[in-house]
Design a protein around this ligand. Sequence first.
Ligand code: FAD
Length: 320
Amino acid sequence: MTVLAVAEHRRGELRDVSFELVTAGRELADEHGTDLAVAIIGGDVDGFAEELDREGVDAIYTVAEGEEFNHGVYTQAIEQLHAELAPRALLLPNSVNGLDYGPAVAGSLGLPLVTDVIGLKGDEPVEITREQYGGKVETTYDVDSEQYVLTIRPAEWPVAEEPGDASIEAFEADIDASALGSTVNGFEEVAGGDVDITEADVLVSVGRGIEEEENIPLIEALADALGATLSSSRPIVDNGWLPQNRQVGQSGKVVTPDVYIAIGISGAVQHVAGMKGADTIVAINTDPNAPIYDIADYGIVDDLFEVVPALIEDFGGAAP
Ligand code: FAD
């Protein structure tokens, strides 16, 4: 018996969630008393396999099919791996890709699926925890099935860092091209689409306190001065002032930077759901009772239009 985790890559690089899946998968494998296997599908599978060889992984299966993500290829390859390994649990990333092929795989295998998992216990029955209502409620599910599928929320488990000594084996998937349904011809980045706020070490995040689109360059200048990446709360995206890939929160991205600077952001539960995992949170807000101060490590209760230009100057930048 094994626990099987499926790693994720994009544009030639493994995503952090792959190494978080190793940690979560090892935890579950220990509780089930099984091995942990990791599968990697497409792209530079040999290079990825070497990187994925972290402590706790027993076996790595490489599936050399295609370069980037393709729904049909992933679905078929994972179904075949599942038939071969008969894993107790199948762990997938709760990412755009994982949520694309996960339900299809679970449906076709006739297995229960729990998405966006933030906690697991391999007891009998298996206990799975997920958040609901933007983090206001945690729900625990008993999964009473010999085999099951989970999608694991990024940034909930630490990245597995220590090197391991897993076996690496090529798995020959028999992909039926006529059943793929779609082919991927290539990717075209939309404007600003090259920025991945989930990978940033320092995020400067702007909220409705900025008042007008014309003021956004002020926050951009601070981000530049700090060598940080710009992100935002939802109203900024809803207003069309920044693209959707900059939005932090329940309906945006979950981020875990070393430092998160929230400027003119109140700290609504849907926003906090996306950034509470930051190591250090700094808030700049005129309202001392703003909920963001409940989770901030440092706060500046003052007008952002006074504070931000001063910070830009301190850090050697140029205010617009
Ligand atoms: P506000 O709540 O309006 O806060 C603005 C803050 O700026 C205030 O605290 C104010 O004191 C401060 N301020 C004003 N002027 C200044 C100044 N001059 N200097 C300093 N501070 C100042 N929101 C998200 O962010 N991400 C999501 O993914 C998300 N998903 C959602 C999903 C659902 C289903 C729903 C219902 C809502 C969602 N929201 C999300 C919206 C969320 O509920 C809040 O409305 C939103 O986060 C508020 O954004 P904000 O903090 O920028 O604005």
